[in-house]
Design a protein around this ligand. Sequence first.
Ligand SMILES: *Cc1c(COP(=O)(O)O)cnc(C)c1O
Length: 383
Amino acid sequence: MTNPSDGRGKLLFTPGPLTTSRAVKEAMLQDLGSRDTAFIDTVRRIRQRLLTLAGVSQERGYEALLMQGSGTFGLEAVVSSTVPRGGRLLVLVNGAYGERIVQMTGVLGIDTRVVRYAENTPLDVAEVRQVLAEDPAITNVSAVHCETTTGLLNPVEELGAVVREAGRYFFVDAMSSFGAIPLDLEAACIDFLVTSANKCLEGVPGFSIVLARREALLATEGAARALSLDVQAQWRGLEANGQFRFTPPTHTILALEQALQELEKEGGMAGRAARYRANHAALIDGMRRLGFQVYLRPEHQSYIITSFHYPDDPRFSFGVFYERLNEKGLVIYPGKLTHADCFRIGTIGQIFTQDVERLVAAVGQVLEEMGVSMAAPSPASSS
Ligand SMILES: *Cc1c(COP(=O)(O)O)cnc(C)c1O
């Protein structure tokens, strides 16, 4: 506990796990059996709440299920159990998380077509339309909503329309966006969406969330390549008796219910979006004043996480920079780019503009201690 100002402990300016509220952590101080009716009721309420957040419902043909493990387990569950045997997955890539889906298909032996874009460039909807027209073997398409590698936002609504029109199934990795960037599942023609408990929903790590269009979910019969990651079987289990097939992460599920109540109190996705947007604006403003350059163009940049170029000074060392900030209870994140030296700062989780301002002040102080000189501040941008 190194944050002297308010006793919240370290503040995480990362892509997750994130800073959570005290009430979310306290919700876990209870041992419930997996067959306890109070627990089963909680799971049922959470599944309904998640559909409401996504703008859909069971009546309108959508289902929500929870899958043990981190976000990647949810992605691998969808990849391994929704691409039909003999099907082909078109993977759209413009960052490390898109590449991770390619890696999964390699391990699983799923036939794949990969279309790659530079890490600073959004997915190209017109090209996807063309690829789908030329390649009838493609059965499913995957895209990442917010590419957390850079913070870039991909045009999933437009992509969804093109994929649906071409009669293929559309899968979106919305891990770092769901809960904070409004997305209507039906309007975006999304068949499967994966997010996790511990990003913008502000729960704690332990499971991922799969939202699915029921018809698409039913059509996956026989596609599963793993027992524990079978999304249709997981859903059938929950529907049958409200229970998980294997030990559920009971404590972290209790934490998510509290987190969802807090999200509602904040004004839902719109309210959360407003706070994160303000965090991001404070960050960009402060870091520009210090002389930092943002990696992405403002029109592609989300308010989730931001990549900054390293200062152009040999006295800068990311390791030292990170450690000095960490000692002050402020945790940032290394870059993950292939062609540029960047670090990342997240603006999501239980953090507020005054926390961001504190971080910016600490960044200025650490640079001074390191003797790093910055280029002249960049002119104010239109963002
Ligand atoms: C965080 C993240 C993941 C991976 O989630 P884990 O919980 O670390 O497994 C996948 N995709 C995106 C876009 C993410 O931001």
